[in-house]
Design a protein around this ligand. Structure first.
Ligand SMILES: *Cc1c(COP(=O)(O)O)cnc(C)c1O
Length: 421
């Protein structure tokens, strides 16, 4: 490839599939997917119609925790599909009850609310927190503390709580009673509680910010949040939609941070690609989501819950969680070796198999270019903001697949540095 070519021109040389062209005619223009349109997947691999094979370190944005076409998940899903698809919430169903029992046995929580997406789980968590504060304290105890660069979803409440103003602007008046502070800044949190005191309702955070740049919370920060919430009668909500279900090497990341939240939300890996989410809490708090206060037509769908029940059985085992730790060490050390040679990252960080490679200053804002080059080398990756290449491979990925991914990434990195010269 000629170094004079810009990355954008080079991309057009790869040829666009007719499916990708159809996307631009029939879909609303809110996404800009890659040119490659996958036709099937197996384990850590995807194939397009032309038969080109890609190693998947994107995992459907940290969703496909057990890879594509996992035979055990297919088995429970197809068995359930032959029995019962949907009953709504005027009836309960066995897979939902079984999954709720497993989630409560495996966590601090006693009660579960099921929904279909991360946004909806957070919406439920935030509405519950507001209810608790109103029921137990006063009308004006509604202040929610959230953090800059946080991502909590795309419903109107969750974009308002999220810490990226561009996602909430241009939609009319935002819900109020929400503050944003810098992440990992305990001093700012102490000052906020000084100011808001008894009006503090809840603090919500990702224990490792995902979309916002793959930034782990410090133990000291989450301990400060826990102490402030206790002192002021506020609830601590952990959004573990991305960090949840094994990605950190623990079932949920808060276990490693030594802090127990009041409400935890989980989605992405819970259904391994089948849409499902949940908000988990204690008996005492769950009471406040009284009859009729909240609901969802599809939440707790039997097929989604059957998949979730099998996913937690597989993920919450020493074998799988150890694999996350080992593959994480292998991937981090491979990335650090690569960086010794090519000096393109300022930092490699993250938890378990959620890693972020922050580009060095001279390559700032080029994360999407590097992701595109990885794609051309047959490796699917993600970005987390303009400066960070994000990796979220399946949790059951093998040692040789990580090694192959590193090889493909190095090829992309070499092209990237050549283009930057
Ligand atoms: C993906 C994500 C969400 C939103 O989930 P959706 O299923 O897209 O609604 C919320 N919080 C975090 C931390 C996420 O990573």
């Amino acid at each position: 490839m000629s170094p004079e070519l810009s990355i954008a021109e080079d991309r057009s040389c790869t040829g666009t599939s007719p499916w990708r062209e159809l996307h631009d005619r029939v879909m609303m223009p809110n996404y800009s997917p890659l040119d490659m349109v996958p036709a099937r997947g197996q384990g850590s691999w995807l194939w397009d119609d032309a038969g080109t094979q890609y190693l998947d370190f994107a995992g459907g944005i940290a969703v496909s925790a057990l890879g594509h076409a996992n035979p055990e998940l297919i088995e429970v899903l197809t068995r359930q599909a032959g029995k019962l698809w949907h009953v709504s919430n005027i009836l309960t169903n066995q897979p939902a009850l079984e999954l709720a029992r497993k989630l409560t046995e495996a966590t601090f929580a006693d009660r579960v609310f099921f929904a279909n997406s991360g946004s909806e789980a957070n919406e439920a968590a935030l509405k519950l927190a507001r209810r608790v504060a109103q029921d137990r304290y006063a009308e004006d105890k509604y202040e929610i503390l959230a953090f800059e660069n946080a991502f909590h979803g795309r419903t109107f409440f969750t974009v308002s709580v999220g810490g990226q103003p561009k996602y909430r602007q241009g939609f009319g008046p935002n819900p109020g009673g929400i503050s944003h502070l810098p992440y990992n800044d305990s001093q700012a949190v102490l000052e906020w509680f000084e100011q808001y005191g008894d009006r503090a309702c809840a603090v919500i955070l990702e224990p490792c910010q995902g979309e916002g740049g793959v930034t782990p919370a410090t133990g000291e920060f989450v301990a400060t949040l826990r102490a402030c919430c206790n002192r002021h009668g506020a609830l601590l909500i952990f959004d573990e939609v991305q960090t949840g279900m094994g990605r950190s090497g623990a079932l949920y990341l808060h276990e490693k941070l030594g802090v127990v939240p009041d409400i935890l939300t989980t989605a992405k890996a819970l259904g391994c690609g089948f849409p499902i989410s949940a908000a988990l809490t204690t008996d005492r708090l769950a009471e406040h989501l009284a009859l009729g206060t909240h609901g969802s037509t599809f939440g707790g769908n039997p097929m989604a819950c059957a998949v979730g029940g099998k996913a937690i059985d597989i993920i919450n085992t020493p074998e799988l969680l150890n694999n996350v730790e080992q593959r994480s060490r292998q991937l981090v050390s491979g990335l650090e070796d690569m960086n010794q040679h090519h000096r393109i990252f300022r930092e490699v960080r993250g938890i378990g198999l959620l890693l972020g490679c922050e580009l060095a200053e001279q390559h700032a804002e080029k994360a999407r270019d590097l992701m595109t080059l990885c794609n051309e080398s047959g490796l699917l990756t993600l970005v987390a903001g303009p400066h960070v290449l994000r990796l979220a491979p399946p949790l059951n990925i093998s040692e040789s697949e990580i090694a192959e991914g590193l090889k493909r990434m190095e090829e992309a990195v070499m092209k990237f540095t050549r283009l930057a010269e």
